[in-house]
Design a protein around this ligand. Structure first.
Ligand SMILES: [Ca+2]
Length: 422
């Protein structure tokens, strides 16, 4: 008491401790649950859900927020405009290292779109495709080492003697960019089946340079149960090397009677794949029947339920199977839509142009005629927004460009690429 220096020193110590505690609190606020995700300050939706139409089924979600989450509106001022046009039935897009975009056209060509939106001539040399109904040349994935090897990978509807199959091929883009050289098929999802529907067919690279490939169950009642069979590649996500071999570490390698390419199963028509930029996990979109479109977080070896569990109905309105939505050993979708929006390509936003979109999931919606924005927190959807609704167009794929803008390509003849940027 009689020593003022000691007292001052004590106050200094107290203040230091208080300062450290506050700093600690503020750090924790960025990651309250210490899950490595600094997404604890993401906005939650406060607007009414974007879906206003009645559901087809009377099924209840398995958890709060699994469908019809609250709406949200992007606060950042952004522009959306037609970036490129004159594409014919485009299906997939990917970035070239220089910032141009390569786009597939279902009839069997690719085109390169420059940073200013000029669409190049059709690139030929792609293997024959079955272009009937939902088939054709589908997705495209640029080799992560394209700058040195010029390799391009694509998925397509293969015509075999026993029917069609989702297949993956690769080839080298010629120096003059007019053709693909040395095209070769590296993977076919067996068995071939006589259907022109549900090819799935999205491609995305994993961190090791393997390809995730989604395959559909080919739509028919006869092929549908194959989504649950591990000796068939229909209704699956497979993971293969650049040569089409099963990727090391795949969950079923070494098991008898099981295709070693399989990564996950029980999918219907998965047309969207994307890697979460923070967690590195695989996310997927798939078309349900009448209702029951899904977003899934996909883990190795897991069963995603189709056709045993679903939130959708037959197009007649009848129940599918036992009419159940949950079952032990089968994964729940992170999110579902009823009525459907028909989600095709998906992507996570990791750019800086529109910071509030960081780690949000975007989906091109076909029947919904918009681009879906889902805000995620701890792998749960906390808000939904519909973008590009004024375009009144079916959207087939979305891509984050090298410039941090979001590109969305429409479906059908005379298709356009829209660009959302600051
Ligand atoms: Ca499912």
């Amino acid at each position: 008491m009689k020593n003022p220096f000691l007292k001052k020193q004590n106050i200094f110590v107290y203040l230091s401790v208080l300062f450290l505690a506050l700093t600690q609190l503020s750090c924790n606020n960025d990651d309250n649950n210490n899950d490595g995700d600094d997404d604890d300050d993401v906005p939650v939706g406060t607007l009414p859900p974007v879906e206003t139409k009645p559901a087809n089924s009377t099924y209840a979600p398995a958890f709060k927020g699994q469908t019809r989450i609250a709406g949200i509106k992007t606060e950042t001022a952004y522009t959306s405009k037609v970036f490129a046009e004159g594409l014919t039935n485009p299906w997939g897009m990917d970035n070239l290292p220089d910032g141009r975009i390569i786009v597939t056209q279902k009839a069997g060509t690719m085109r390169i779109v420059t940073q200013s939106g000029t669409v190049g001539a059709a690139i030929t040399g792609i293997l024959p495709v079955n272009n009937a109904e939902q088939g054709g040349l589908l997705d495209v994935a640029v080799d992560p080492a394209f700058a040195t090897n010029r390799m391009i990978y694509w998925s397509y509807a293969f015509q075999g003697s026993g029917g069609t199959a989702t297949a993956v091929a690769k080839g080298k883009l010629s120096a003059d960019e007019t053709k693909i050289e040395g095209a070769v098929t590296i993977y076919k999802a067996i068995p071939e089946f006589n259907s022109a529907k549900h090819y799935g067919s999205r491609l995305v690279w994993d961190a090791q340079g393997n390809l995730f490939v989604s395959t559909g169950e080919r739509s028919e009642l006869e092929s549908r149960p194959l989504a649950q069979k591990l000796d068939a590649a229909l209704g699956k996500i497979v993971r293969i090397t650049k040569n089409g071999e099963p990727a090391a570490g795949n969950p079923f390698i070494g098991q008898t009677g099981v295709l070693p390419e399989i990564y996950s199963y029980g999918h219907r028509n998965p047309q969207g794949l994307a890697i979460h930029p923070v967690t590195g996990e695989l996310w997927e979109s798939e078309h349900g029947p009448l209702g029951g479109d899904e977003i899934n977080r996909v883990a190795a070896g897991k069963n995603y339920g189709w056709p045993t569990i679903t939130y959708g109905l037959e197009y007649s309105g009848a129940k599918i199977g036992d009419g159940i939505t949950t079952k032990s050993g089968m994964e729940q979708p992170v999110y579902y839509w009823d009525p459907v929006v028909s989600p095709s390509g998906i992507t996570f936003y990791s750019g800086n142009l529109i910071p509030e979109w960081k780690n949000n999931l975007f989906a091109a919606a076909l029947s919904g005629q918009h681009v879906v924005r889902l805000v995620l927190k701890d792998n749960v959807v906390v808000a939904e927004e519909r973008l590009l609704t004024a375009a009144n167009s079916r959207f087939r794929d979305v891509l984050e460009g090298k410039d941090g803008a979001l590109y969305a390509v429409t479906d059908g003849a005379n298709a356009k690429i829209y660009k959302i940027a600051k």
